[in-house]
Design a protein around this ligand. Sequence first.
Ligand SMILES: [Zn+2]
Ligand SMILES: [Zn+2]
Ligand SMILES: [Zn+2]
Length: 352
Amino acid sequence: MRPVSSTSKIGGCGMSEFRKDPLSDHWVIIAPNRAERPEQFGLGSLERSTGRCPFCRGHEADTPAQTAAYSATGRLIDQGPWQVRVIPNKFPAVENVREQRPEQRDFFRSRHGVGVHEVIIECPDHVTAFSHLSDQQISLVFQAYRDRMAYWRGDPRLAYAQIFKNSGASAGASLEHAHSQLIATPVVPTQIENELVRSADYFQQHGRCVFCEMIRRELADPIRLVEQTEQFVAFCPFASQFPYETWILPRQHGSHFEFTEDGRLVGLAVMLRKILGRMEHLLNDPGFNYLIHTAPFGSTHLSHYHWHVEILPRVSNTAGFEWGAGDYINMVTPEQAAHVLRFGREPDGRQT
Ligand SMILES: [Zn+2]
Ligand SMILES: [Zn+2]
Ligand SMILES: [Zn+2]
């Protein structure tokens, strides 16, 4: 599902709308509001803005009122020094309104762009590199992800919440202070729908979860393994679309990220920081995205689906072939990428 910014107004009112492409079956969010957001980065440049940062502690009045804030011990607080703060996005891709316009189920299928768009501010000080946050701080960020997802799960308007982080101008970030986002929608995003259908197919044919099977195989022959602990496994997937694409999966089968216990969130935070730190160091500090893929709200346990984190460093551009074909040309073998991320050097011994 891709948010598309446009300066033109839908029906003259500037509201968000989900549109279904009749050919590709993709949802597109038409979100004219997004075009008004400020760009702290110049086009392609990573120069630090000299302006006042709305995400720094002490500048709370510059943002919409918070929906949640956490103390250093992970307690929800109304006031006082916060460590992680969640706010509604000032320029949301979707509209958090109760009354919805009726769905159009015509040749052109569309529905009101209702949903929730929140920003998770990952630290009170002006830190821009995620890997510079402590493990404890990142654990708090993941606690906020889980709690917000569990909270929105109870909202009957919503079917799914996508948590994602854009870091660096090349990855789509418009403000440099470390932050991530949640967009919850009444539709299940196309990518998730595809993963659900494919994994259900696999389960039906083989009687087991395709993700558990991936973990088993990547551990049995660890040529694409990046990192492993008792709780999590990270590897570059066999058919990685992007150079150095890395997935983190919990070893224990679980379909819903929002049911993850605190102890596991800490393990996930430690592993993610380690991997992003290596990417920063070894790949010349690339922009990156990470995102959590999890099962939709409408279920409580799925045997065929397994939540996971996908990390996508921006070391190459999506170009004509990829846009045209929808399939990717990846110039780094996943085996080589995993070797670099695991050992800090190329398989032939060259330092990166
Ligand atoms: Zn700041
Ligand atoms: Zn599984
Ligand atoms: Zn996925």
